[in-house]
Design a protein around this ligand. Sequence first.
Ligand SMILES: Cc1cc2nc3c(=O)[nH]c(=O)nc-3n(C[C@H](O)[C@H](O)[C@H](O)COP(=O)(O)O)c2cc1C
Length: 374
Amino acid sequence: MALSLHTKLCDMLGIEYPIMAFNHCRDVVAAVCNAGGSGVLGALALSPEQIAKETKWMRDHTDGRPFGVDLVFPLNIPYSATKQDLLAMVPPDYRAFVDKIKQDLGLPEEIYGGAGMDLMDLGVGGTSESQLRQLEAALAARPAIIAAALGLNREVVAQCHAAGAKVLTLVGNVKAARRAAELGADLIVAQGTEAGGHTGRIGTLALVPQVVDAVSPIPVLAAGGIGDGRGLVAALALGAVGVWTGSIWLTSHESPVADYVKDRILEATDEDAVITRVYTGKTCRELNNKYVQRWTLADAPKTLPMPLQNLYSPMPIMVSTEDEKSLSMFDKPELRDWASCPAGNVVGLIKERKSVKQIMYDMVSQAVDILGTA
Ligand SMILES: Cc1cc2nc3c(=O)[nH]c(=O)nc-3n(C[C@H](O)[C@H](O)[C@H](O)COP(=O)(O)O)c2cc1C
């Protein structure tokens, strides 16, 4: 059967191309929607008030096109706790190690905290209760999709469906895919280990068809290592209804990632994105940096489980130009090698800065060329 770029995903969401994009910036999300795909805002580090503001902006700038909001609902974290409760769980040798790094680098005690954010309000530093507050704020904007990462539960599915949002969830193995299907997910992203951000151990090529078979007829998107039209066609050939992409948008003109981080991505090779637990306590692929390396030395303690790792030793992520506080920390060029940037193995394929529209156009036209279809 000939493959076509028009898939079940296009019908389900009312989009032109079967391309979904994850990004932390509303401009990228809106640009993807306006170029015929569907953008999903990474909101785990946004307070409920910020989520309300960003979703309103996206609604005003996407002309009725379907956008989504991505939140995390990790299993096995406290439902409710004070910051003091959580900090009391951090062992003394761990504190000493992290405090010494902050002291050596001249970093402030609280690295986050700009724009009124408190880590306790955020997806990776907080509790299930704080994540449900984020969900409530997201659903109030009536997004087409809620993407749930790091876990899913019945309460989240029920709330999303009651608000008319489709539930998409990311999985890294067949067991998690079956669980997501049983919980009522509408779309399942089979994310291979190549992916930037939190990731599992199974490669995309092996994972996608196994997830497709396990959860049929629920539609599956492929993620992890997809950087151009070849990846899109491969995903369709594996039985996916489309692709879920992250790394390729980081260097787009619309992305607020600081220029020197964009340069690091453009210069990176296939070997430069590594898996580490230092970001949140869960396995996460990011560009290798001095902070990651520091945790591999003999005197480093074991990382702590989520949410403690992120609560006590947060390093600014990606050094967005919108986050002035973390950006100003990196005025000193020698600190820049310590900055964290989640990114996948596909970075070796990203060679130039482009607009979102151009990235979409290039991916679609290459896929069409390969397939010989329009
Ligand atoms: C900078 C960055 C941050 C990410 N943060 C999240 C996140 O908060 N929630 C989530 O569901 N996925 C997150 N991801 C993973 C993406 O949703 C996506 O699955 C992944 O990027 C796909 O692989 P690729 O990077 O090879 O395209 C992140 C990815 C990147 C690159």
